[in-house]
Design a protein around this ligand. Structure first.
Ligand code: AMP
Ligand code: GLY
Length: 420
């Protein structure tokens, strides 16, 4: 079969790699991909906001199915468009993608179906928001509605910080805003919980924990993710059952009541407070870099799994995992998440990988056989091991051997599982 993957990050390179190892998949296209995917797939430069081009290419090349990596095309309705043209595509439709596209949509669903989440209020103008923040208890969390690429969330310790958040959001920092959300701050430990769904049935698809902040000790600005590990140290059967019963089931029920369903990966960002799960946010796709830690642990043929989902046959598949831990460290361009340089060459020749080490490219491009940086997050090094400590050590050794002068990376990824 021929598969097409939409996206250009580490997640998409990891998806590519899993398809490459599938006995079902003979050819992979990546739209637009990166220097890593170029080695195993055919990269196609295409304007992803133009769904028609993608449709024409897919039909022309007789691609059997597509998988969508990032959220933006999903929220923009790529699935509805392609399915209308009889193209098989793995991901949720536009309505279901509001779970990520609109925090307010999700909050209302939580309210209606009693899904545990932080208490919240919706504010439609700066005056009302400012009145509220004069008298509330701190910390509070202020969020822009809509997609903000991992930004747009302010943890405010005091009134001054809250004022800045309100001003920036209504000032249009994350796109035109006619409302914002103010939430109670939940104090606990975060966990990313994944499910895979064919629209009829769903199954758990592992857990992970990412590190969003740019600096060691989980300090500094929010990023797309500086590293991750899987499984989460909080994962256990009792908690998984609570998450399924209190969060995932009612969410799917809510979609059903709206005459729709969810096909694709659903990623629940949770806060676990004294053993109880609270939904912080939904993502309607795999996490990046969580995906890079999860897929190397998957034993089941990935091509077979996605094909089964597209045929509504997920219930017939037994999803099997390697019993090892997995940890990912992200190599970034100096200056990320603010200003950074691109087009700096990377020499990957010194990197010696064994069967438990994985290199997933993110912001890279290939020019005349050489690899250059092309983004803020550049490479992902993933190590599978019996324990997190040795996984991290190996990942850091590999990054050291790379010796990329324009880069930096966090050396404390997984500190909660390595140092305990
Ligand atoms: P989000 O983009 O919604 O995932 O938020 C980014 C980060 O902000 C999350 O990973 C949490 O660390 C934090 N966060 C968001 N909402 C809350 C909340 N209600 N209480 C505590 N932390 C939160
Ligand atoms: N790692 C966070 C995300 O993919 O949204």
């Amino acid at each position: 079969m021929k598969v097409g993957i939409i996206g250009s990050g580490g997640r998409e390179h990891a998806l590519c790699e899993s398809f490459k190892n599938s006995k079902k998949i003979k050819k992979i296209y990546c739209f637009p991909g990166n220097a890593g995917t170029k080695k195993i797939a055919e990269n196609i430069e295409i304007d992803l906001s133009n769904f028609e081009n993608l449709k024409n290419f897919t039909l022309d090349k007789k691609i059997d199915f597509l998988v969508i990596g990032p959220e933006k095309p999903l929220v923009d309705g790529i699935i509805d468009y392609l399915e209308k043209h009889n193209i098989k595509v793995f991901g949720p439709n536009k309505f279901a993608s509001q779970l990520e596209g609109s925090k307010i949509f999700t909050k209302k669903l939580c309210q209606k179906f009693n899904i545990p989440t932080a208490k919240f209020g919706i504010f439609f103008n700066a005056d009302d928001a400012e009145k509220f923040i004069q008298n509330c208890d701190y910390p509070i969390v202020i969020k822009a509605d809509g997609l903000a690429a991992g930004k747009g969330v302010y943890i405010c310790e005091n009134r001054d910080q809250a004022k800045i958040a309100v001003k920036e959001i209504f000032g249009g920092k994350f796109g035109q805003a006619d409302k914002l959300l103010i939430e109670e701050f939940l104090s606990g430990e975060e966990m990313s919980f994944f499910v895979i769904s064919d629209g009829k049935n769903y199954k758990q698809f592992g857990t992970a924990q990412d590190h969003k902040r740019v600096l060691e000790g989980d300090k500094g600005k929010n990023t797309g993710g500086m590293g991750a590990y899987s499984p989460s140290r909080l994962e256990n059967e009792i908690l998984s059952k609570k998450i399924i019963d209190k969060i995932i089931e009612p969410t799917f029920k809510g979609l059903k009541e709206n005459n729709t369903n969810f096909k694709g990966f659903l990623y629940a960002g949770l806060m676990i407070v004294q053993g109880e799960p609270f939904l912080i946010e939904y993502n309607v796709r795999m996490g990046d870099p969580e995906c890079q830690t999860l897929l190397p642990k998957l034993k089941t043929d990935f091509g077979l799994l996605i094909e089964a989902c597209l045929n509504e046959k997920l219930k017939d598949i037994n999803i099997e995992w390697y019993n090892e831990k997995s940890l990912c460290v992200v190599l970034c361009s100096k200056g990320y998440p603010d200003k950074y340089e691109k087009n700096i060459e990377l020499n990957l020749n010194n990197l010696v990988l064994d069967k438990n080490n994985f290199l997933f490219h993110a912001g890279t491009k290939s020019v005349n056989g050489k690899t250059f940086s092309n983004g803020g997050r550049v490479l992902n090094i993933v190590v599978r091991s019996n324990d997190f400590k040795s996984a991290r050590k190996k990942a850091l050794d590999l990054l050291k051997s790379l010796n990329w002068k324009n880069g930096f990376y966090r050396k404390d990824i997984g500190h909660k599982v390595v140092n305990q």
